[in-house]
Design a protein around this ligand. Structure first.
Ligand code: FCB
Length: 441
């Protein structure tokens, strides 16, 4: 398996999942600070108030990355640290935190990839309709422009949105994620405004004359559970909903033809001119890959009328996700086939398995995660051998962290975190990753 020397090896995190101190230095609340304070929303009533305390420990965490030989780090910027009310006055103390982080990364020789939106919308903007308000595209473009001005000299790559599908499916259709709505009519509007906001931020970035901005989507290859017409149709619907809903408008200027059938009367007519914004050319696409989706017809499952079946003999993670590395290769080939050759980064890939809350040795043994990592690196290598233009890989995640509404119960880190003491301990997977990266030098 041959990776070019220029291949980027990194790890990924997100602000709300690791930083803690949500109100420090004048920051405003986000929809996640609000959601996690709503009874019944979070497992064990967990919040992001402390998380990995990365807000205070970022220097140590950068040192940890350096000790692993990472060449890049993907993190996200919390909008409400920069703009406590979402719009208006820039909070210089919020900028300072990311300035210090980016400088520390640069000093350590680690190239920063910054995501502008990893799910933590300022609560003040949610009060004005959030992603349902068409003005959100302006709000986001203004925020993005301020972030570019403040940090672009240190940030190597920008990603506009993280996983718009999850934002709307979890936040507006099924309600398990912030802001917790469950409304068939809202979901397509939120999706469309996310895409418009993305396009507007890309356009704002172009004004700087630079070429390192993209979007991050989560893709899950859908495979029919049988050859019946019912399952084949269900697979097509599930694929349109999850995999093509965001990429088609960006690269083909139209939503997948299945969408009106999925949403029925809730599917709006969108202004044609919007697609000019949405299709603003990007420099790369970030793909988050976790699992394959073995699919069957299920009339009760909104909106795709499809659900997943368990595959006998497969390993499942703690989040009940099927481990299936070959689908990563297939996915990358499919992506190139449908959307054309372009630079791609695997911006997230990883697995939650049971690890003990406290570490009793210098290394936490995590054989299943080691297996997951090895298999997926091999699958990635096969995509490169087939000529797919993959430029980098970011493991999810550097640290065990707040797994959204699951709280601290799902550990995705290659580094173990004891949440009672904040002690970091390497897991075997981190050492395997470190040695793998070193072996390519
Ligand atoms: C992805 C999210 C990321 C993390 C992983 C496990 O959907 O982007 O923040 O929660 O799943």
């Amino acid at each position: 398996m041959t990776f070019p020397r220029s291949f980027v090896w990194g790890a990924a995190t997100a602000a709300h999942q690791i930083e803690g101190s949500p109100f420090a230095d004048g920051a405003g609340p986000s929809i996640w600070t609000r959601f996690s304070r709503t009874p019944g929303r979070m497992t064990n009533g967990d919040t992001g108030d402390v998380a990995c305390d990365h807000y205070h420990r970022y220097r140590d965490d950068v040192a940890l990355m350096k000790s692993l030989g990472l060449g890049a780090y993907r993190f996200s910027i919390s909008w409400s640290r920069l703009f406590p009310n979402g719009t208006g006055e820039l909070n210089p103390h919020g900028v300072d935190f990311y300035r210090r982080l980016v400088d520390a990364l640069r000093e350590a020789g680690i190239r920063p990839m910054a995501t502008l939106y990893h799910w933590d919308l300022p609560a003040a903007l949610d009060d004005r309709g959030g992603w349902l308000n068409r003005d959100v595209a302006d709000w986001f473009a203004d925020y993005a422009s301020a972030a570019f001005r403040a940090l672009d000299d240190g940030v190597e790559w920008w990603a506009t949105l993280n996983e718009p599908w999850v934002v709307t499916d979890g936040g507006y259709l099924h309600g398990g994620l912030a802001p917790g709505h469950s409304n068939l009519f809202e979901a397509p509007i939120a999706s469309h405004n996310l895409l418009r906001a993305h396009g507007r931020a890309v356009q704002a970035y172009r004004a700087l004359g630079k070429h390192a901005i993209g979007i991050v989507v989560n893709l899950e290859p859908k495979v029919p559970a049988s050859n019946s017409d019912a399952d084949l149709d269900a697979t097509r619907r599930a694929d349109a909903y999850m995999n093509r809903q965001y990429l088609d408008p960006m690269f083909r200027r139209a939503y997948p033809e299945e969408m009106p059938d999925l949403f029925g009367a809730a599917w709006p007519q969108f202004p044609v001119a919007d697609f000019d914004e949405i299709a603003a050319p990007v420099d790369f696409v970030g793909i988050n890959y976790y699992k394959r989706g073995m699919t069957r017809r299920d009339p009760h499952q909104w909106v795709e009328r499809a659900s997943l079946v368990r595959v006998p003999g497969s390993i499942y993670t703690e989040t009940d996700w099927e481990v299936h590395a070959p689908a990563l290769t297939d996915l990358l080939l499919w992506f190139r086939e449908r959307y054309g050759a372009m630079p791609v980064y695997i911006t997230e890939n990883g697995a939650a398995f049971y690890d003990p809350p406290a570490a009793f040795a210098d290394v936490v043994e995590d054989p299943l995660r080691v297996h997951y990592l090895r298999e997926h690196l091999a699958a990635l290598g096969r995509a490169l051998d087939a000529g797919v233009d993959v430029r980098g890989y970011f493991v999810w995640s550097l640290l065990d962290n707040l797994e959204w509404s699951h709280g601290y119960t799902k550990r995705f880190g290659i580094v173990h975190v004891d949440f009672a003491t904040q002690k970091r301990t390497m897991k075997r997977s981190a050492l395997v990753y470190r040695d793998f990266i070193a072996s390519l030098k």
